[in-house]
Design a protein around this ligand. Sequence first.
Ligand code: PEP
Ligand code: MG
Length: 875
Amino acid sequence: EKYVYSFREGNAEMKNLLGGKGANLAQMVQYGLPVPQGFILTTHACLEYGKDEKFLDGIWGDVVAAMNALEKETGKTFGSGENPLLVSVRSGAPVSMPGMMDTVLNLGLNDESVESLARASSDRRFAFDSYRRFIQMYGNVVHGVNGDAFEEVLEHAKKTLGVTFDNEIPEKDLVEVVAKFKEIFKKSAGFDFPSDPWQQLRNAVVAVFRSWGNPRAVTYRKLHKIPDTYGTAVNIVSMVYGNLGDDCGTGVCFTRNPSDGTKELYGEFLVNAQGEDVVAGIRTPLPIAQLKDAMPAIYDELFEITTNLEKAYKDMQDIEFTIERNKLYILQTRNGKRSAGAAVKIAVDMVNEGLIDKKTAVGRVSPEQVEMLLHRQVDPKAENEVLAKGLPASPGAGVGIVCFDADDAVELAKSGKKVILARPETCPDDIHGLFAAEAIVTSRGGMTSHAAVVARGLGKPCVSGCEDILIDLNKETISKGDRVVRKGDTITVDGSTGRVLIGGAPLKEASFSEDFKTVLSWSDEFARLQVWANGDTPEDARRARSFGAKGIGLCRTEHMFMAADRLPVMQRLVVADSYEERVKALDELKVMQKEDFYGILKEMQGLPVIIRLLDPPLHEFMPKERDLEEELAELVAAGKEHSPEADGVRKVMAKVESLKESNPMLGFRGCRLGIVYPEISAMQASAIFEAVLQLVDEGIDIHPEIMIPLVGVKTEMEFFRKQIDEIAKDYMEKSGKKFSYLVGTMIEVPHAAFVADQIAEHAEFFSFGTNDLTQTTFGYSRDDAEGKFLGHYEDKGILPVNPFHELDRDGVGALMEIAVEKGRKVNPKLSIGICGEHGGNPSSIAFCHAVGLNYVSCSPFRVPVARISAAHAAM
Ligand code: PEP
Ligand code: MG
């Protein structure tokens, strides 16, 4: 096997053998570009060395031969003579592991060659500066000499000289620094600094091989799932210098603007400088456009080369270059990192330029980037103090003054103020406050808490579960230790990262460009999963459609009952003693529900709308006990203890008491409500069909589907199926008109998954309610688990991720697979989707694709993220 390759013998396809850096350098040589000459020891050599250190003896002859060839090509002699060849020894793994492994520069310097370098460069200061850098790097990388000792010498020299920067130390002092560096080396390593360049080379190669196994590289690989079996290549490259005078320089450039995607040569350079100087920020680099004036011929050459590199690699390139005495060298090229907006623009432009196809373009825009484009963001340059870190419950950023009460939020917003609503947690009573606020912060609750779900639905930023702050509603303060934020103080909520910042941070606006829409429409061409949206109102439906949703996958009817004008009617329904009283309240509700359904169905004409029957436990519609007690106390104080009003309050209190359950989420909710009170589901079905009939009259194309929540056994499904079909038949007979509708179920409890074949006999569609299914599968309360222990579970590695956020494939996913298989066995045409929060999560969407669902349904604002994720899943 061949273990040593010259750059001329490799190409970009050989990344596994030559490493990323080496393969790209070799490829550039193939293109005839000016790359400093060099050669590569393969990744296999590293692996062989790992097994047996004697291996290096066997191939050392090849290394010497390659070095001799390099001497010939450059016309220099390695580490000696009047024109000494100096090299860099660099690691380069098949996948980029930035900064994880070792590099030595200026190798080949010793007391003799440093003088030759001084003469050849006519710059003794430069030569000794290179020498001291070499001793420092070599000492540290090869022999583990602590870098602090070297830094102390430099600091001391600068202090004595009264200068600030390394590059201000004059030549004669640098000569002394070099002598001191050699002493440090000897003291630490136990022998003299090696002057033999071949010995230096061999030791450096060994050090790079070994750096593959250093703890930080091992950890990095574990984190990024990079196999340990790759190994690193070693690149040995002749040094070029950008700091030999004013006809020299160094820089970094991109073939397109990495912030906005504009097609232009973009970057920075420094005259008479080394690569490190650009990075270290000692001198301010100049924009690349000025290279045109400083060195016009070099600029033209650079422009041509970079343009060709982009064409060859078919992606935006990030290129390092050095100019040595008016000659341009390309040191590295790689695909460049870019902002979300730039990623979209570059992808579309490159398709239009014929450089890449649509599929490649879609693959180059990540769901995270789509997400960023949909929301305002905190400017990454913001320097505001971080008050707290919670869960990134709803993305985007909001700035405003803090208030602690929903009514206050509304009042302040009315007076033109931007407000942030801070609550320990929110409940349906706070909805108007959530609506009025710019953003929401809670100290309790997780990613599926009330605040989180509602905020995502409204597209408002939200940070939930900030457990390390105290939100005191009485004092109206947020505090963390002795840091206190009071009502009226300005804060920033960064829902994308989960941070709460003090003061108003600068924000960047969202951008929904034409290019963005283009990429999303291309996504739909490749996706097999459809993307639907969860929405409760005509406005939600309109928004969902505008973001590209192909249906409403979940309309939670209870949200409609929470509205201010309906809650009292709903409460009358709940406290009703008799069937008659209940029906009276239901009749009133039916009129309002019909209106709701009419609005949504009309908005979604041509597309399916899944309306779910009432789901939450009834106590959620009732006033808080504390409020009732206060109300009663006021009546008593006013001498009305025995009034009908007081009796009314007592009746409600008794009802609230009787509705109490130990485990309400496992209690009297979902389809169980309709089994006990069939008149409730009957009212909802009637409201739907009355809306349907009206729309049929208007000639509007509608596709209503009725969904039963929390079904566990087939008899439940059968019960509702029969009831709904009878009501529908009745409406058709009475009106003499026909309409079509579907009846289906949610799969939210394990039992439903296990008997999905039986349930499918009566259901025309399934929709996985993975919020509840996760809750019931793990036995973790969706309301409390995140704030109480799931964070610790993640920190301690008990769970890799929060299962309410990212679908758990092993358990919840396994149940889904069972349900899909059993359901489709009975009804091969069964339409199956997901409407839990996971429906908007990229990795969960990939799973839904893999198990063969028909669609995912998520909050309207996440529809674009889901569209790109569905396309990626299908690629
Ligand atoms: C679910 O449980 O996943 C679901 C969509 O229903 P809800 O969140 O309303 O309980
Ligand atoms: Mg549910």
